[in-house]
Design a protein around this ligand. Structure first.
Ligand code: COI
Length: 355
């Protein structure tokens, strides 16, 4: 992308990279040296800059702290064997950020600012991108309100920022999930499709209750009847029943339009697999488990990639799923995605940007 943007760059004079243990990365705890920042003031995005990663100073009356007008994205960059940076589907994240922005009354962020800020940040902190299998650089773009005003209305000022974290696996092993029967992640007409901070805040308490009972994540069900499966924790969720890949559709506005979800569905269709984007009832899932027609259950997400589900609690009954053959779809699709992301397989779908 040709750009005329002026981005002021102030480099750190104390890189933390040599203090970082790249062999023991805890997801989201280690942050790279720099961050990209832009401010929305007087109706325009301005003052684009890259500066050393540092705490922010906020007024206690900051609108985000009170009313949660805040959205974010998650994506990843990888290194291939030649040391080149491969960025996965950043254009999709850029579009989704603006979809979330529209829902939350946040002004649109021009594509050029998102992409150019991101590419310059990645270039500057390229040494932070791990180059071992299973490791990557997690990228966190976000926008939040910066008005200092105690009244409920859309803010007039915002900050857009990107920082990055070298990461390993989000889940190091398969997860146990529990069907949620009472609490709700999203309802039709709500903000479930937006990657809005408040959606995650609202999920914490029910997730904590499930974690106390030994389940890593919830299987969220629809807000009206709790009969249909929507998502799992912070991931989309997919099932293979009778060789058909089933996942919830996104038209109700209650499901996050996951980019890993979309990638998995595209690969499955390219492989000639039967795919159904439809709501799966808890009853149908339970029957499929009992009749041994459920072949696979897994979550999809940027952080989690493909998270295997080994146990599902349905209305109080624990079902441990049978182990999968080595050529199971979820293993193969993970391998294919990894091969594309690490540059080991041709990127025939145009998903990779080389930095
Ligand atoms: C992601 O998968 O990128 C997420 O946003 C999930 C989580 C880390 C909040």
């Amino acid at each position: 992308m040709k750009t005329t943007l002026q981005i002021e760059v102030k480099k750190t004079d104390h890189s933390r990279i040599h203090e970082t243990d790249f062999d023991n990365l805890v997801f989201g705890k280690v942050i790279s040296d720099h961050m990209f920042v832009a401010d929305y003031v007087n109706g325009e995005w301005t003052d684009l800059r890259i500066e050393p990663y540092a705490p922010l100073s906020l007024n206690p009356a900051n609108a985000t702290l009170h009313y949660g007008q805040s959205i974010f994205e998650g994506m990843k960059a990888y290194k291939n064997d030649n040391g080149e940076i491969l960025l996965f589907r950043a254009d999709a994240n850029q579009k989704r950020l603006n979809e979330s922005a529209a829902r939350m009354c946040i002004p649109e962020l021009p594509e050029e600012i998102f992409m150019e800020g991101l590419l310059q940040l990645l270039d500057l902190d390229r040494n932070w991108i791990p180059n071992k299998p299973g490791y990557s650089l997690y990228i966190r773009p976000f926008i939040f309100a910066t008005d200092d005003y105690i009244g409920v209305k859309p803010s007039e000022k915002y900050k857009f920022m990107i920082f990055t974290c070298p990461v390993g696996h989000y889940y190091s092993k398969p997860v146990a999930v529990k069907v949620e029967q009472h609490y709700t992640r999203a309802v039709e007409g709500g903000t479930g499709a937006a990657k809005a901070a408040g959606n995650y805040a609202a999920s914490l308490y029910p997730a904590l209750l499930a974690q106390r009972q030994g389940y890593e994540q919830l299987l969220w069900t629809d807000g009206k009847t709790h009969q249909f499966i929507e998502e799992s924790g912070t991931m989309n969720v997919m099932f293979i029943i009778n060789n058909t890949l089933i996942t919830a559709p996104t038209h109700t506005g209650t499901i996050l339009k996951g980019i890993t979800r979309d990638s998995v569905l595209k690969i499955a269709r390219d492989w000639g697999m039967q795919v159904e984007e439809r709501f799966l009832s808890v009853e149908e899932l339970e029957k499929a488990i009992q009749q041994n027609t459920l072949q696979e259950a897994f979550g999809t997400g940027t952080a989690a990639t493909i998270a295997q589900i080994y146990k599902i609690n349905i209305y109080g009954t624990d079902y441990v799923l049978p182990s999968k053959p080595a050529d199971a779809f979820s293993y193969r699709v993970l391998e294919t995605l990894d091969n594309i992301k690490y540059g080991k397989e041709e990127d025939s779908r145009g998903w990779i940007i080389k930095v």
